[in-house]
Design a protein around this ligand. Structure first.
Ligand code: SF4
Ligand code: FES
Length: 251
């Protein structure tokens, strides 16, 4: 922020380079310099570098508006969306690495899709209903606050920043992580999902579930969509514990 008043800067970018598909490639850093422009984002900067200095530089962007979730990367060590990161908020030397945890495609580009598909399968992230679909039936009415809470969960753009910034997800590939638990909670509060307390227990209390979280709290701080990830985690813990106590009461 303070940099805005000091006139145009010459920015230095230290960028991780590696193409796992190329047997001649080995991991290293490349240095690029660029004149900062007003309201420049990392999206603009990386495109300038690719257009003017190195057409082989790999990185992902689609929407440029924090919607598609494809531009997550480590910006000076912190997971962030490049399209949402203004260079004037950064120091003059910017170090960029691909997000850890996910499979590297090349340079700053990673495959978040496989991780998220695997997570969705393990969390069974779809409405489970035993009721036969009746196309003539009226839509289920839902309280506005509940609909809003479900919508909150659906705002996740699957950028992977919370996973990359999570100490547990970095060492345990089974951990659902904040994005996974958020996905579970989105269905757990949906009254159309008819899963029983035991079904939920299987999904959330098993290996990789909510009790795997060590409470390092980086996720909520990092999430570019400001999702209430700690609240989600606490909700799932409360719900699981309540279902266990209810069960114990009935025995
Ligand atoms: Fe990205 Fe936030 Fe979704 Fe995590 S919860 S994947 S940080 S949008
Ligand atoms: Fe879509 Fe950044 S380009 S989120």
């Amino acid at each position: 922020m303070a940099n805005q008043d000091k006139g145009p800067r010459r920015l230095t970018f230290e960028i991780f380079r590696y193409n796992p598909e190329d047997p001649h490639s080995s991991p290293h850093m490349d240095r690029f310099e660029l004149d900062e422009e007003p309201f420049m984002t990392l999206y603009t900067a990386l495109n300038r570098i690719r257009e003017l200095q190195d057409p082989s530089l790999q990185f992902d962007f689609t929407c440029r508006e924090a919607i598609c979730g494809s531009c997550g990367m480590l910006v000076n060590g912190r997971p962030a969306l490049a399209c949402q990161t203004l260079t004037h908020r950064l120091p003059g030397i910017v170090t960029l690495y691909p997000l850890p945890v996910f499979k590297l495609i090349g340079d700053l580009s990673v495959d978040t899709g496989t991780w998220f598909r695997d997570m969705a399968e393990r969390a069974e992230a779809w409405v489970h209903s035993r009721t036969d679909f009746d196309p003539a039936a009226e839509e289920m009415r839902m309280d506005a606050d509940l609909a809003q809470a479900i919508y909150e969960g659906d705002r996740c753009i699957e950028c992977g920043c919370c996973i990359a910034g999570c100490g547990v997800a970095n060492i345990d590939p089974e951990f659902l992580g904040a994005a996974g638990l958020n996905r579970v909670a989105r269905f757990a509060i949906d009254p159309r999902d008819e899963r029983s307390a035991d079904d939920w227990y299987e999904v959330v209390a098993g290996e990789g579930g909510v009790f795997g979280c060590l409470g390092l709290v980086a996720c909520e701080d990092i999430c570019p969509k400001d999702l209430p990830l700690l609240e989600v985690n606490a909700y799932l813990r409360r719900r699981l514990l309540a279902s266990r106590f209810n069960k114990a009461d009935h025995h």
